[in-house]
Design a protein around this ligand. Sequence first.
Ligand SMILES: NC(=O)c1ccc[n+]([C@@H]2O[C@H](COP(=O)([O-])OP(=O)(O)OC[C@H]3O[C@@H](n4cnc5c(N)ncnc54)[C@H](OP(=O)(O)O)[C@@H]3O)[C@@H](O)[C@H]2O)c1
Length: 321
Amino acid sequence: MPIFEKYKNNYMETQVVTGAFGYSGKYITQRLLNKNITVKTLTNSIHRKNDFGDKVIISPYHFDNPELLKASLEGVSVLYNTYWVRFNHSTFQHSEAVANTLKLFDAAKKAGVKRIVHTSITNPDKNSKLEYFAGKGVLEEALINSGISYAILRPGVIFGQEDILINNIAWMIRKFPVFGVFGDGKYRLQPISVEDFADLAVEQGAKTENVIVDAIGPETFSYWELVKSMSKILLGKERKVFSMNDEIGYWMSKLIGTIKGDKLVTREEIKGLKADLLFTNSPPAGNTKLTEWVQKNRNKLGMEYANELKRRLNRTIAYKE
Ligand SMILES: NC(=O)c1ccc[n+]([C@@H]2O[C@H](COP(=O)([O-])OP(=O)(O)OC[C@H]3O[C@@H](n4cnc5c(N)ncnc54)[C@H](OP(=O)(O)O)[C@@H]3O)[C@@H](O)[C@H]2O)c1
């Protein structure tokens, strides 16, 4: 390879993506590389199997060393932050993710990062009783007050090859003759495709104005309708859906999760769903319809269970092998 080819990216902009070998970070990284931007990732999984070869510069997060964290962000124009933890566990906590993200914002400011594209959640609220939504609210406020230019993206559910929620709904539709939903199943979801989400993130990375975008897809489903629509596409017939008391639903999910060595759903997630917190009144930010995507992927979606804990406990395997 000519020397210029090998080193040309060194003279171009460097941007950081957290978790480039994870889910949404991978799609953002691919788009930045396509634009010939030099990409560095901060990750907990420096040895995770990935398709980028030596195209991505890899650094651990260094949350325990502010100077090293700052150094890893020096010369960086845009930081795409996806870092978060989905639930509390003996080895990771929401509170730790909040504290670490505050360190990340602080280091970015000191390092002179020009813009942060930050992934949040629909309806964050620092006063929420639900730690996920409260933590995201605290982080949004900190970023807004940091003085760094920002784009805050708020997805509710992101679907794609490596996704967990939609995949595991499909898995349960395939496995069980009936499908139980928590309560009346009327709470809503507006899933966005990971490709559309990454397009939005990269588009926002190139801008300068401060924005908050509800990163939702073009279709709105009640949970009940989602199961019905997906089962029709996957099985050619609608699964019988029934309403479950939350506690019974939780314990059934707990049993499945335990058999799989995972947490399928948490009590907090059930409360968030039922409080309609994954729904917004905003216009869609992505065009890809979940129903069309499920149709295209009907031969593979939900064939295997997607295990959140396995991703955390084994940091060398790809999210989807
Ligand atoms: N996926 C969705 O459906 C969805 C829906 C709404 C909002 N979001 C938000 O979108 C963002 C990205 O989500 P994603 O699904 O794309 O995430 P992801 O790739 O699985 O993880 C993103 C980053 O967070 C790290 N991380 C995740 N869980 C962790 C844990 N338990 N302990 C330590 N580090 C952990 C990952 O570590 P590694 O570096 O080891 O990979 C990676 O660096 C998050 O902020 C999330 O709140 C996602």
